[in-house]
Ligand binder design. Sequence first.
Ligand code: HEC
Length: 200
Amino acid sequence: MQDTVEPDAAMREVLQTGTQKRAWQHGQQVLIVAAALLSCASVLAQVSHGGVAEALAPPAVPAVSTQPSDTGTTPVPYRVNGDAIDAPLTATPGDAARGRAIVANRRVGLCLLCHAGPIPEERFQGNLAPNLAGSGSRASTGQLRLRLVDARRINPDSIMPAYYRTEGLALVPPALRGKPILDAQQIEDVVAYLHTLERP
Ligand code: HEC
């Protein structure tokens, strides 16, 4: 007659380890989300000309200058034509090498939080968004420009930050209001870089 179903010691251990493992996995997920949020916060915070973000973030070693937007000026007006902004935001043509450095830099563009790209020296690239390789074959420069300026004009549910929009945003600290994440020239540099990325 065997009607007690007390788990024996070995079974108890298996059950316990299972629970711990689930708790650990859950903890890991929470940590990953927290890390992503922190990184996003630093992209926003750093346009406040250094300050706290400067103190917290590890020193960046950009190949070329990728200083955050420091213009402090009102964004230049632009005209959206369908799914594109056809006219460049600046008179100076974009510089693809500078654009690459902005995309690769975790404190300026932060693109690699979500995207992977043909930037082999950067580890831990994102997988929340399409690979940037081939962007230049998939979209015109005008389409790439609007995507960067305000991705939600294309997909209202997009999680991609609006890099050159200052209106209609929530929770922007007063010091950062009216300042886009990237300045107009940086947008042009990134567009120039993406334009060079032909289908692999
Ligand atoms: C928080 C996540 C996130 C960040 C940061 C981000 N993106 Fe995106 N991006 C997306 C997602 C998601 C998509 C897919 C379309 C959509 O949902 O809007 C996308 C789409 C794109 C596309 C179109 C891709 C295609 O081929 O359809 C380009 C180009 C692009 N992003 C470039 C960039 C660049 C350059 C940066 C940095 C300056 C950047 N993104 C930063 C999430 C992000």
